[in-house]
Design a protein around this ligand. Structure first.
Ligand SMILES: [Fe+2]
Length: 238
């Protein structure tokens, strides 16, 4: 069975449409999203509407949780004060922009989804199986991976949050960071779609990158009143 994964969309409806279309063309039988539907780009309501309309199940990201529960901070981490200031502007902007339907949708997203696909147990979550705002980069030590596998009680773990895709197999555990649909941070501005193909016990993981109109979204960011900084970061994929 082929499963399509849509990681951190972050208000980018153009990237989402392209990613979704690509997954459909790849012949996926199911599609899931990994949460963090708003922030940094203006189309948070359009993204939620699209996911509802296409009946795409998914999990709650730290950003969704913070928006849904009117928190004062998105729970993200920053490298410096400037970044923190920009991120706060984006968070406050998004809080003002969300409608009730989007907020309710975010509120009702589960922390994780457990699946049995063919002969494999899968767990889908936003960042880690214990916390939705912990950054699980590829460089983490092997013991961290194995601890997370133990917490997840699954053989295949699918998550995002860092916006940098990777796939790692340790022992008989599969760790898949699906990257980000709407805000990649690996230097490649194209949208990222993760495909997990499971046949009996065999697991194949691929990441497809597809171009979309990044400039259109960058212009929309500037026009919306969000910091221009996020338009630049989108183009640079940083
Ligand atoms: Fe996140």
């Amino acid at each position: 069975m082929k499963i399509g994964i849509l990681g951190d969309i972050h208000g980018n409806i153009e990237a989402l449409k392209t990613a979704y279309q690509t997954a459909v063309e790849e012949g996926v039988e199911r599609i899931y999203h990994l949460g963090d539907l708003g922030g940094y780009a203006p189309f948070v309501n359009e993204v939620a509407e699209f996911l509802i309309e296409k009946n795409i199940e998914g999990v709650q990201g730290n950003y969704d949780e913070a928006i849904a529960y009117d928190k004062t901070h998105c729970g993200c981490k920053y490298e410096d004060d400037f970044q923190a200031k920009m991120a706060q502007l984006s968070f406050d902007w998004t809080k003002r922009a969300v409608n009730e339907k989007t907020k309710n949708y975010m509120k009702n997203l589960p922390f994780s989804i457990s699946l049995q696909v063919e002969e494999r147990k899968i767990k889908i979550f936003h960042a880690t199986p214990i916390k939705n705002n912990l950054y699980w980069y590829e460089e983490r030590e092997e013991k961290f991976y194995l601890l997370m596998a133990q917490k997840a009680e699954a053989e295949i773990m699918i998550y995002g949050h860092t916006h940098i895709p990777y796939f790692k197999k340790i022992k008989d555990f599969y760790f898949i960071n699906a990257g980000s649909v709407g805000k990649p941070k690996d230097g490649d501005p194209r949208t990222c779609i993760c495909i997990v193909d499971i046949k009996r016990k065999d697991v194949n993981v691929s990441f497809i990158r597809k171009s979309y109109d990044v400039k259109k979204v960058a212009n929309a960011i500037i026009e919306s009143g969000l910091p221009e900084y996020f338009a630049e970061r989108l183009i640079l994929a940083k």
